[in-house]
Write a protein that binds this ligand. Structure first.
Ligand SMILES: Cc1cc2nc3c(=O)[nH]c(=O)nc-3n(C[C@H](O)[C@H](O)[C@H](O)COP(=O)(O)OP(=O)(O)OC[C@H]3O[C@@H](n4cnc5c(N)ncnc54)[C@H](O)[C@@H]3O)c2cc1C
Length: 255
């Protein structure tokens, strides 16, 4: 699309998409002009461009996909963040965790309309939030009385005023870390199939796949794929995709 440059690392996708490219901003805000909540980084112009190749493609910017990318690239330095592409179908991140800002009459409060809290016994969110990211939290229950679904406390993320910062703020923070390291996040990129590379992709690494997205854009050659989608989204993928055992192509290991 004219006027769009891939200078940033957060990208919109598709001319029909209302999403676009900004270099920062994963918070979702209510946009009256769009009638939906969209991430800051997804608003603006739109791009037809997808990267020709990604060493690691993460499909789905929910907690699971983003944590996997963050753990590999930031926490353990197993791969370079600049080798990571995150593809998200929506114009926002978080998936089933959905924190909305700027809702009319709610001031700057973040409203969670999906997952909203974690129990201190849930090691993954607890260790990540308390330990690795050291994000501010507040007890969900008044007085921290250790009575949240058993004899324990539940926590929410809190902002500098002590209000709910939104459970998705953890996902947003991990994506910001990834972006700062050079990862690319694509909004409005709906995966439709995972294919075996044709002979046109000479020199492709073993077990590479070609990812196809809605709108028929050029395929993305991916050395490795993390497919972090709900089961119904996986079932909607083209049945010829190599991850299905009834695919005519040999099954490829998709991470
Ligand atoms: C009502 C509700 C309340 C909950 N409460 C809590 C709670 O309080 N605390 C808690 O810890 N957990 C809670 N959970 C569970 C938690 O929300 C999920 O375990 C978690 O969000 C799952 O994350 P995920 O990344 O695996 O999947 P998802 O969050 O579903 O993320 C998948 C992502 O993939 C994207 N996607 C889908 N199809 C495609 C495609 N074809 N191409 C590209 N992208 C695609 C989606 O848009 C989405 O962003 C709750 C869940 C629900 C539904």
């Amino acid at each position: 699309m004219s006027g769009f440059t891939l200078a940033g690392t957060v990208c919109g996708y598709g001319t029909a998409s209302p999403y676009g490219a900004h270099t920062t901003g994963f918070e979702s805000r209510w946009r009256p002009e769009l009638g939906r909540a969209v991430a800051d980084g997804a608003v603006g112009g739109a791009s037809n461009m997808l990267p020709p190749r990604c060493k690691l493609a993460v499909i789905g910017a929910g907690w699971g996909g983003v944590y996997t990318a963050w753990r590999l690239a930031i926490d353990t330095d197993t791969i370079r963040a600049s080798d990571v592409c995150v593809f998200e179908a929506n114009g926002r991140v978080g998936g089933r965790v959905f924190s909305v800002h700027d809702l009319p009459h709610f001031g700057d409060l973040a409203i969670d309309v999906g997952g909203y809290r974690f129990q201190e016994s849930q090691r993954l969110p607890a260790d990540l939030v308390f330990g690795a990211l050291k994000l501010p939290t507040a007890c969900y229950d008044y007085g921290c009385q250790s009575q949240c679904e058993g004899p324990q406390n539940c926590y929410i993320l809190r902002d500098t005023y002590g209000n709910n910062a939104g459970y998705a703020s953890v996902v947003e923070r991990m994506l910001s870390d990834l972006e700062a390291g050079g990862a690319t996040v694509w909004f409005g990129a709906t995966l439709v199939s995972v294919e075996q590379p044709s002979s046109a992709y000479s020199g492709a690494a073993p077990n590479s796949t070609v990812l196809r997205f809605a709108d028929g854009r050029a395929g993305v050659l991916a050395d490795r794929v993390v497919l972090n989608l709900p089961a119904n989204a996986i079932q909607r993928l083209d049945r010829s995709s190599v991850l299905f055992t009834d695919s005519p192509a040999p099954t490829v290991r998709v991470y």
